[in-house]
Design a protein around this ligand. Sequence first.
Ligand SMILES: Cc1cc2nc3c(=O)[nH]c(=O)nc-3n(C[C@H](O)[C@H](O)[C@H](O)COP(=O)(O)OP(=O)(O)OC[C@H]3O[C@@H](n4cnc5c(N)ncnc54)[C@H](O)[C@@H]3O)c2cc1C
Length: 412
Amino acid sequence: MPRKFKEIIIIGGGPSGMMAALFALRQGAQVQLLEHNQKLGKKLYITGKGRCNVTNDVQGDEFMNNITRNPRFLYSAMDFLSSQGLRDILRELGCDTLVERGQRVFPVTQKSSDVIRALENGIQEANILLHTKVEEVQQVSDGRFNVLLSDGSSLSADSVVIATGGLSYASTGSTGDGYEFARLLGHRVTDCAGSLVPYETSDSWSRPLQGLTLKNVTLEARIKKKTLFSQQGEMLFTHFGITGPLVLSMSSHLAGLDVDKITCSIDLKPAVSLAQLDERLKTMLQEGGRKQVHSLLSQLMPSSLAAAFPAICPVDMGVQSSQLNASQRMQICQSLKNIPIKLSRARPIAEAVITRGGIDLKDVDPSTMQSKIAPGLYFAGEILDVDGYTGGFNLQIAFSTGALAGYSAAQL
Ligand SMILES: Cc1cc2nc3c(=O)[nH]c(=O)nc-3n(C[C@H](O)[C@H](O)[C@H](O)COP(=O)(O)OP(=O)(O)OC[C@H]3O[C@@H](n4cnc5c(N)ncnc54)[C@H](O)[C@@H]3O)c2cc1C
């Protein structure tokens, strides 16, 4: 007599694995969730600085515009579990959410532990094996799977969901094991690099600026005439280079590219044109009279940047304001609108918020998350070659792909 339920093993107890477990259980499957940490959701716990930006409330195309890598792959998964669907599930499991600035969604309690607790509530029926490290996944002749564990034992199941995450913040358990499981089963894995990651810079003038935040500036990155990134927002100088929301967003357009070919610059005055800025400077200089030009600079920028400005702009800042000619004035304006930043490299992947690259999507059916190479095998979460900006988009990717993988894996 055929069994009336599927036996499913889910590898990885992060957000994607827990959501896969929830949906598989709701389809009546028998679920074993294997996690090599001592608790579930170790990375989830540190998300959003402990507040967990669980998703983003923007809808439709606007949501997809924030998925910077392979957004089309996500259509079915997002249809299956939208951001509202996720919020409904969390509420049902005891974790209400609220929308904050930038449509970012957080638990009302502002505690990531409450998101984890809610998910744990939903998967009580699963057999959760902590301290359990998977070494390999094998598909056997009848199509079932053997999952080999580090203690030498093995488990078997009809279906396996690989939800082992990426490579960033390896101390949380994401050490990239799943890529190897997939490779051994014949899947392609695209090159992995850190994304949503700070950058080191080699400009000596910027070193003293450590701690300076620039707000409402435009950060731009180009290769020759092709603009890779241009957005307005906030960035921060550090002891090694630059970080902050703008820099993290920029990084998701630069992952894997040769930094030596990239020209990066800051427009300190994006709201005004060059001509408008020139007019403003002209007035300032007239009012400045005999004052040296550099004494006026702090009216145009933070004082620490004003101190570094002579290293950026070739005009002699020691001359009297009234003596500056039109071309020197224009040169200052051009520098204000185009401060060059020499990127030397991205910080290591260990410091990246997410991993760019992963399981090649050509090998995965987007309507089920099932492997096209090994039927019965499913992928979910950051291990897939899909990612987005900060703002809750990456957790939504994990939850939506996890839900769809768990649901699909449970179908008889
Ligand atoms: C500092 C930081 C802050 C972040 N903040 C946000 C945020 O606020 N909002 C947002 O949307 N995204 C955020 N992210 C990204 C988000 O955390 C990830 O996108 C998400 O955790 C991916 O979920 P996942 O389930 O695919 O992988 P993971 O969360 O990495 O979970 C994978 C699990 O698999 C387990 N595992 C791995 N290998 C094995 C093995 N061999 N055997 C058994 N278990 C194994 C790991 O221990 C881990 O628990 C943040 C990331 C970082 C690093």
